[in-house]
Design a protein around this ligand. Structure first.
Ligand code: PYC
Length: 332
């Protein structure tokens, strides 16, 4: 019986899962994390699907595997594994991964309180605070984010015309705001979000070619972000982010919040240094900030930061058997 063992530390960031693979991940070739990601997808995607999908995971499962950095300015490299594939960047995943790494001594930061992370999307800095052995908060300074396209539209069967902007925050997001055929995310059930979002994503990718202005390896719309008025008194806005086949982010989504801040900044609704508190579908909060203004491919962008908290929920040694019918996971 061929058995593959993965030593995982499970956590959640603001309610969304993070399964950090601390042992058992494959060796990867590549001079950059984008190249290593391509190697992983070509040869080892069964590890991702086995650890993320049922019966060992679920629709919203998300995780990471640690590697030595490919660049001298970083402490550690992160490969993100999700039900949606290997994302270039994952905000809630980074906050959870940093919390696990520090609480479990998986990395020795060169500068206490600061980890420099080599991700497929680029350098991400994480500053963390501790109380005793617990990491209480992590603030990530994300990759440059920008508003990619405005006022696009698709015709959605059963809903009619839907207008949206596309923004990048480490992944590409269709940001759907209040309009004649959509008022607020609170009008949608989770079933509506799971039914409409993949349809919209497919229609958008068929109609528009979405390619990162500076990095052609990053392309295609992966996420749909439904927006709404906040319920929490501290929050400025609320969202529900859809990813993969059926996943709805339980956190306010780090890359989604970055994309939203980039959109608001491009409109002049968010200034350099300004805070933006984002509320998730379950009411958890990310504290975003426009750290700096920048340019991406010659067009205006921002450097966003996102702060959130994560909790380690347990240790989990997971086996995948070559002979087992559901070892690569399944979707219901
Ligand atoms: O927090 O960036 C994020 C994220 C991406 C997919 C799920 N969460």
């Amino acid at each position: 019986m061929a058995k593959h063992s993965f030593f995982c530390i499970d956590a959640h960031t603001c309610g969304n899962p993070v399964r950090l693979v601390a042992g058992g991940g494959p060796q990867l070739d590549g001079a950059t994390m984008m190249e290593r990601r391509a190697h992983f997808l070509a040869e080892y995607d069964w590890i991702r699907t086995g650890l993320m999908f049922e019966p060992r995971g679920h629709d919203a499962m998300s995780g990471s595997i640690l590697y030595p950095p490919t660049r001298p300015d970083c402490d550690v490299a992160i490969l993100f594994i999700e039900t949606s594939g290997c994302l270039p960047m994952c905000g809630h995943g980074t906050i959870g991964t940093v919390t696990v790494m520090i609480e479990h001594g998986l990395v020795r930061p060169k500068v206490p309180g600061l980890l420099k992370l080599d991700t497929p999307a680029g350098l991400v800095e994480a500053r963390y605070e501790m109380q005793g052995d617990k990491v209480t908060h992590v603030r990530i300074r994300n990759v440059a984010s920008y508003l990619h396209a405005t006022d696009l539209s698709v015709e959605v069967p059963g809903l009619g015309e839907l207008r949206f902007d596309v923004a990048y925050g480490g992944n590409f997001y269709a940001i759907v705001e209040s309009q004649p055929n959509f008022r607020d995310m609170e009008d949608l059930s989770t079933g509506d979000i799971q039914r409409l979002s993949p349809l919209i994503r497919r229609l958008v990718n068929e109609k528009y070619e979405i390619v990162h202005r500076d990095n052609p390896a990053i392309k295609g719309l992966s996420h749909v972000q439904w927006t709404g008025k906040p319920r929490h008194r501290q929050a400025h806005a609320r969202n529900a982010v859809f990813y993969g086949d059926r996943g709805i982010d339980r956190s306010p989504c780090g890359t989604g919040t970055s994309a939203r801040m980039a959109q608001l900044a491009a409109r002049g609704d968010l200034k350099e240094g300004q805070d933006f508190v984002h509320e998730s579908i379950i009411g958890s909060l990310f504290h975003g900030r426009v750290e700096a203004l920048t340019t991406v491919g010659g067009a205006p962008g921002i450097i966003p930061s996102i702060q959130g908290e994560a909790w380690v929920t347990g240790l989990n040694t997971i086996f995948l058997y070559d002979e087992e019918p559901y070892t690569k996971g399944f979707l219901l």
